[in-house]
Ligand binder design. Structure first.
Ligand code: ZN
Ligand code: ZN
Length: 270
């Protein structure tokens, strides 16, 4: 990475150990959800686990970085608001549903959203895009290969969901692009397999993995545009080369680390 791409993420060793321990504990049970989830071979579980009342909300403040996780909508999709204490400029990753909740949190945190980053074009990650875009006037960025799905919305009918049509994206991403927001810098990793235009977003020490890699799971690859061979190639060549202590924030379920997945993810064993 160039000097410009150096991030300001600062990890507190104690926090990292706690987080790792929590990941390991959660990993024992794995992440599970209803049969229509977008993860491959997850355990059967009750929807109740992700009811509104039980929704996990989490604010993590590690040094200069704020990572707010909101678990939203019928697919319990993770939306992340990422900013820095040193600068109000921030990003939203995957506004999947419940725009009001996302916007309220942004306001509470006093952040100014510059980019709405989409890890891919599935409805459970873009359902609140139109409202969030209109309210923030932030630039919408998605990989070029998933951009069409914003307009065609092929998955909304498949999963019986409807949502307002978003405007065309402002920026088409490709692997290797860097996103600079305030004091934060991110690198776009193109990780096709769950969808052809799926991306992961990397900052120093953190990875937002969309539906490519989960806590003890991987993304489904049987949907249109999916490919198991591509998915495994993406995970092995783009993600498993990252340091063990990289904290992974997936599109569904709890966070994990690259090291935890390298050791224990049953789908990564050859
Ligand atoms: Zn998803
Ligand atoms: Zn998906």
């Amino acid at each position: 990475m160039t000097q410009k791409a150096t991030t300001v993420y600062q990890s507190d060793p104690a926090m990292s150990r706690n987080k790792l321990r929590r990941s390991l504990i959660l990993g024992e049970n794995g992440y599970s959800c209803g049969k229509s989830c977008l993860m491959v071979k997850c355990k059967p579980a009750s929807r109740k686990a992700f009811s509104r009342a039980q929704r996990i909300k989490q604010v993590e403040q590690e040094g200069k970085v704020i990572i707010e996780k909101l678990e939203l909508g019928p697919f319990a999709s993770n939306c992340y608001i990422v900013g820095a204490e040193s600068n109000p400029e921030a990003i939203i990753i995957d506004p999947g549903a419940e725009a009001n909740e996302i916007l309220k949190k942004v306001e509470d945190l006093g952040l100014e959203i510059k980019f709405i980053m989409l890890t891919h074009g599935h409805v459970d990650h873009v359902g609140a895009l139109k409202e969030v875009k209109e309210a923030t006037d932030a630039e919408v960025a998605i990989h070029a290969d998933d951009a069409e799905s914003l307009q065609k919305k092929p998955f909304s009918t498949m999963f019986g969901l409807s949502y307002p049509s978003p405007p065309p994206p402002d920026r088409l991403l490709k692997g290797g692009d860097s996103i600079d927001v305030g004091d934060l810098h991110f690198l776009v990793l193109h990780t096709p397999g769950h969808t052809s235009g799926g991306i992961c977003l990397m900052g120093e020490g953190v990875l937002f993995s969309g539906d490519t890699l989960f806590n003890f799971g991987i993304g489904r690859f049987d949907l249109p545009g999916g490919s198991g061979r591509q998915l495994m190639n993406s995970i092995h060549t783009k993600l498993m080369i990252l340091p063990d202590n990289t904290v992974v924030y997936p599109g569904h379920g709890p966070e994990t680390t690259i090291g935890t997945e390298r050791q224990g993810n049953p789908f990564l064993r050859s």
